[in-house]
Write a protein that binds this ligand. Structure first.
Ligand SMILES: C[S@@+](CC[C@H](N)C(=O)[O-])C[C@H]1O[C@@H](n2cnc3c(N)ncnc32)[C@H](O)[C@@H]1O
Length: 249
């Protein structure tokens, strides 16, 4: 399915776009996340929707807000931000609320998850501040880099003025068990794959907190500066975020 800009179109909520009011409704493996629901979305009670899968990957609001503060257009000419894994909207809503970007594009391949993100963005009053794309981010990036005119005009980008934010699924070898997590084992997209897809542009990678910094350093050109930041909540790191420079090679 080619990446499709949704313009002002809102995908319909499906039976997978759920709002749990009561712990008795919540599947067992999601209950610990549900107890943190107001940390995840402070306006949870205003009918925030998530698919059952989205609970595992959504970025909690305080972390998303801080990341949105920290990602500034590094040069005044950076005007577009693309969230290539929009999920249920945790990060992209915070980016829109920061009001720093002329344009924000959010891409998500799962229709029910994207419907949740759009609905949640509406709860936060930023639905129309985001250009929504239903499709595969890597197809989108390949087209944006190689054949931009094949994309709808509303989602064409200038690589020199665009920052990419990537919070990929963290599947693969269980990152929670490793003292140092090897991001080359991340599935379905490992660190090198993500870097190759994004690297002509400045990009920001949201990774497991114990990710091996040496692997990140190996990717960038000599002399490049990479900021690596731990984002914490309630006394524990939730994620490591690597701020990767643009590299034209
Ligand atoms: C960890 S979640 C992102 C969570 C998001 N940052 C949030 O706060 O809600 C990763 C998301 O990427 C989506 N995804 C995975 N592969 C994708 C692809 N190739 N293109 C677009 N979306 C993809 C998944 O469906 C999932 O919703």
């Amino acid at each position: 399915m080619p990446p499709t800009a949704l313009h002002s179109k809102k995908l319909p909520l499906t039976e997978d776009c759920l709002h749990y009011d009561n712990i008795y409704e919540v599947p067992h493996d999601i209950q610990k996340y549900w107890y943190q629901r107001y940390n995840i979305f402070q306006f949870y009670d205003y009918d925030i929707r998530l698919t059952d899968d989205a609970w595992f990957g959504v970025t909690p609001e305080p972390v998303a807000t801080q990341i949105a503060k920290d990602i500034s257009p590094t040069t005044l000419s950076h005007t577009t931000l693309i969230d290539i894994f929009a999920g249920a909207g945790g990060n992209v809503i915070a980016f829109a609320l920061s009001e720093k970007w002329e344009r924000i594009i959010a891409i998500e391949k799962n229709a029910a998850t994207l419907a949740c993100a759009q609905h949640n963005a509406e709860v936060y009053g930023v639905l129309d501040a985001i250009t929504w794309v239903h499709g595969d981010s890597f197809e989108y990036l390949a087209q944006a880099k190689g054949d931009p005119s094949s994309l709808d005009e509303t989602i064409q980008i200038d690589l020199a003025t665009t920052t990419v934010f990537a919070s990929p699924p963290w599947g693969g070898v269980n990152y929670k068990d490793d003292e140092i997590f090897d991001p080359s084992t991340m599935e379905p997209y490992n660190l090198e794959f993500l870097y190759k897809a994004c690297h002509p542009m400045e990009h920001v990678l949201f990774l497991p907190r114990t990710s091996d910094i040496r692997q990140i350093a190996r990717l960038v050109p000599d002399g490049a500066k990479v900021d690596v930041v731990q984002y914490c909540m309630e006394g524990a790191s939730k994620a490591m975020v690597a701020y990767m420079p643009a590299a034209r090679n």
